[in-house]
Ligand binder design. Structure first.
Ligand SMILES: *[C@@H]1O[C@H](CO)[C@@H](O)[C@H](O)[C@H]1NC(C)=O
Length: 261
């Protein structure tokens, strides 16, 4: 294998590993509101080393977990009761500056919270909102959307069935006239969320096939040498070089396509 082919392979491989490494932030418990003394775990999933959890709050921007808040362990971060409680927008960031999805978490100092999904829910799903108090669960609760009363639930749970984009908004609840903070419910459209992973897998899978093909054809080229009876049936050296350039362009356009997502 000559040095330029080797360089190309190294370049392609690093491009591919960059383009496939898109971290996703998840939170446990999966709620956009928690009580002040509850422990919250944030995790950068599908992330290699070098991704950290960051947050913006009203007092600090782009603050890294483990520096002035939270306890960092690899690509995870835990917020304990000893941390100054702050509402914030959280995300994962790589050392190269790539970012994940964001999650807004409201840490309530009050006695009532609304448990609603921290991540966008999919169109058509059933979504349960739970009104919790520090004293007891399952108390009768009033629910509000965008400040408007939408109903009372005797056990404190409201289920929105087959949610659509029109269910998006700011929700809150109240128990015995004590109100929770408000949190946004986001609903993502079904077609895009079901298409995206499929497309992404195709785009990611193809370059790997092409890479394998390049390696195999380069290997064959070397292995068969000038044995014409084999190289005619398989891949003659000049043809392989030509193919390499075409494949290189294919991979580049595939990678470019993915980066535009
Ligand atoms: C965090 O704050 C920085 C600086 O104000 C801003 O540029 C960035 O967009 C914020 N990020 C999020 C996710 O809100």
């Amino acid at each position: 294998m000559d040095p330029t082919s080797l360089q190309r392979l190294v370049f392609l491989t690093s491009l591919l590993s960059c383009s496939t490494n898109q971290a996703r932030l998840t939170v446990t418990p999966s709620s956009s509101q928690v009580f002040k003394d509850e422990r919250v775990s944030l995790r950068c999933e599908d992330a290699s080393d070098g991704w950290t959890v960051m947050r913006n709050t009203s007092i600090d921007n782009r603050a890294e977990c483990g520096v002035n808040w939270g306890t960092s362990a690899g690509s995870s971060c835990t917020i304990g009761s000893s941390d100054p409680f702050e509402n914030g927008v959280y995300w994962c960031e790589s050392t190269e500056g790539s970012t994940s999805n964001t999650i807004t978490i409201t840490i309530s100092g009050g006695s009532v919270i609304l448990q609603s999904p921290a991540l966008p829910v999919m169109e058509g799903d059933d979504v349960t909102l739970t009104c919790r108090t520090e004293m007891a669960d399952n108390l009768p609760a009033d629910f509000f959307k965008d400040g408007i009363f939408i109903g009372t639930e005797s056990a404190g749970h409201m289920t929105l069935q087959h949610v659509s984009r029109s269910d998006e908004g700011l929700y809150k609840c109240s128990v015995q006239n004590r109100e929770s903070p408000e949190s946004r419910l986001s609903v993502s459209e079904k077609p895009t969320t079901t298409m995206d992973p499929l497309l992404r897998h195709l785009v990611v899978f193809c370059p790997y096939c092409i890479c394998t093909y390049i390696v195999v054809s380069l290997y064959r080229e070397r292995a068969t040498g000038n044995d014409s009876s084999v190289s005619v049936a398989m891949t003659p050296p000049t043809r392989a070089e030509q193919g390499l350039d075409d494949d290189y362009d294919d991979v580049m356009s595939a990678v470019t396509t993915e980066l535009q997502f």
